[in-house]
Design a protein around this ligand. Sequence first.
Ligand code: GDP
Ligand code: IMO
Ligand code: MG
Length: 488
Amino acid sequence: MTTTPHVQPASDALRHAEVGGSRAPSNAPAARGSGTVIVGLQWGDEGKGKIVDLLADRHQAVVRYNGGANAGHSVVIKGERYALHLIPSGVLRPNIACIIGNGVVVDPDWLSRELDGLHARGVDTSGLLISDRAHVVMPWHKAEDELRERWLSEGALEPIGTTKRGIGPCYADKALRGTAIRMGDLLRPDVLSARLASICRLKTAMLGAITGPDQGMTSYDPAAINELCQSWGRRFGPYITDTAALLRARLSAGQSVLFEGANATLLDVDHGTYPYVTSSNCASHGAATGSGVPVTSIAGILGVMKGYSTRVGGGPMPTELIGNDADRAIGEGIRARGREYGTTTGRPRRVGWLDLAAVRYTASLNGVQGLCVMLLDVLAGVERLRVCTGYVLEGRHIDELPPDAYLLSRCTPVYTELAGFGDITQARSMSDLPSAARAYLDFIERTVGVPVAYVSVGPDREQTIAAISGGAGAGSSGIGGVAPKAAR
Ligand code: GDP
Ligand code: IMO
Ligand code: MG
């Protein structure tokens, strides 16, 4: 029989984390409650959705702060699989406010389908709220995304390998301002209708210029787009509000909030493997701007990583398992066992050895206080496990991930080899794990310099090990009540 693991609310467990050498203030007037950020430490699909679902019931609100329908977060509860794209993964827990923050770009058609799918399965979505400041992904954003990718691949440039969900063009319009449409605009049809004639004219001309004269033009009819916007306004009107004010009020009232990162740090537009990144600040820094709360309200940061690496789309991946037939066979085994196919696009994910040089960089960048090591079970049966701890770049050893894709593509990984282990899917405590699996986790902790807070040994909510003992107020040593190794 399996039982739901006892998990500390992350904000509690991490509330007393040392910040800048002093205790984080728990009574700052702007934010008496506390926030915990769940952030991906690799190239996405680390299992953020599972961790958010796991911790959501100890929080009063969950907010998505970045990205759009490019994200795909899977949650498995008693064998039932749910795939979430725009709606926060907290939606599967009752009585929680689920907020789509201002940093998200919302495709209303996707959101409609997602809501309908959840309703058909009996999920209560009455806690959903959408920021009036969140930007709307319009039909021309998706068309432009597709066209730009094609244009790059036809030229001398490598395409980004986007999800074609219109993410980049929508964030570009957000920065450009004049042609952007926000969710709040859908509630003012008269004002919007007056702007749409100009916006449609410009978008028709722009897309025509990328397509070229012989390819057939997409023409945007303002009346049809206006009708579409009005239908979105009618459907989402009840959900659209000033979610930033609401979140600050909740924090001031002492509530705790979970910030759900989408995409992941190596895809962060500023700090990732540029230009093969997405267009938002996926790293923990994006949580405050992407939801409209003070930075001081964030008390805990949990970093989610898998026991190996995956990447979807273009860009360098030094540890990718493609070097020879033996490597490819290991990669294919991991892909099959880990169901490594995109939740959003179905594309096979590229698979590689765990890159701890990359994780050390992202953990340090984000200020991560606890690691969630996911999909560890997927490594079962691989006899010798390789872990990258640094690179050789132009004959020099480096420990840090280089700042851009050009340099990273020239890096050769430096590996340490560790012993493999067998099936661990039934483990429910650290002591249930074989010694080789514990040694693998110890190696991760030591190399990254951050304690392991959770270990995941299967997709189901119940297949989770809380590596934390002690917790809030327990006065335990170690970071934020995360017990040191010896206590496990
Ligand atoms: P996210 O985008 O970070 O939320 O991750 P995804 O949901 O896109 O991808 C993670 C995949 O791994 C999903 O199919 C999860 O159901 C699954 N998963 C999560 N944790 C585990 C685990 O510990 N073991 C296995 N085998 N699968 C897991
Ligand atoms: P979650 O939240 C994996 C990748 C795309 C592409 C690049 C840019 O499920 O972890 P975009 O459509 O955003 O312009 O694509 O970013 N990408 C993801 N890869 N998981 C994700 O989200 C991703 N979101 C974007 O594959 O390489
Ligand atoms: Mg995903």
